[in-house]
Design a protein around this ligand. Structure first.
Ligand SMILES: [Zn+2]
Length: 171
């Protein structure tokens, strides 16, 4: 019997001067980057929380606290690999991730395929990863160009032993 679990993730970071803009592990040419303790990769952070949520394994804030200097400026793809390992030792396989970046600018469509590739490479079995980008037509904090937000959903699966599966059947 295959057990499926879905999880969702959301994250937002504000723009700041003097940092590179890194989304899905890809450095985007843009005059501003995102503020944060790690590399502030808002897309990968949303994907991590979706995966952790699907596995009921907590959230990225408690797994990788921003107060811990071990995570200062760390590549979020490295953190994603740790999430992947956590799922692996709990016998979970990632089926797919679907994510969307919400940003008024820069335009990101030329980079989403590379983001998909880099995220998938960090996960066991290279699951299907879909990354899209949209604007809010000028509304809200992303519309005003104050920052970037991202949403993600993840589906994971686990094979359950037949003897355990029985206990979930109605009597
Ligand atoms: Zn974040």
């Amino acid at each position: 019997m295959t057990v499926l679990r879905v999880g969702q993730g959301f994250d937002a970071h504000c723009f700041t001067e003097g940092r590179p803009l890194i989304l899905g592990g890809v450095t985007i040419p843009y005059p501003r980057g995102l503020a944060g303790h790690s590399d502030a990769d808002v897309l990968v952070h949303a994907a991590m929380d979706a995966l952790l949520g699907a596995g009921h394994l907590g959230d990225k804030g408690t797994r990788f606290p921003p107060t811990d200097n071990a995570y200062k400026d760390i590549s979020s793809l490295d953190l994603l690999k740790r999430v992947s390992h956590l799922l692996f030792i709990n016998c979970w396989k990632v089926v797919n991730i679907d994510a969307i970046i919400i940003a008024q600018e820069p335009r990101l469509s030329a980079y989403t395929e590379e983001m998909e590739e880099r995220i998938a490479r960090c996960l066991d079995g290279r699951p299907e990863v879909s990354v899209k980008a949209t604007t809010t037509e000028g509304m809200g904090f992303t519309g005003r160009g104050e920052g970037i937000a991202a949403l993600a959903v993840a589906l994971i699966s686990r094979e359950k032993e037949d003897k355990d599966a029985g206990s979930f059947e109605p009597a």
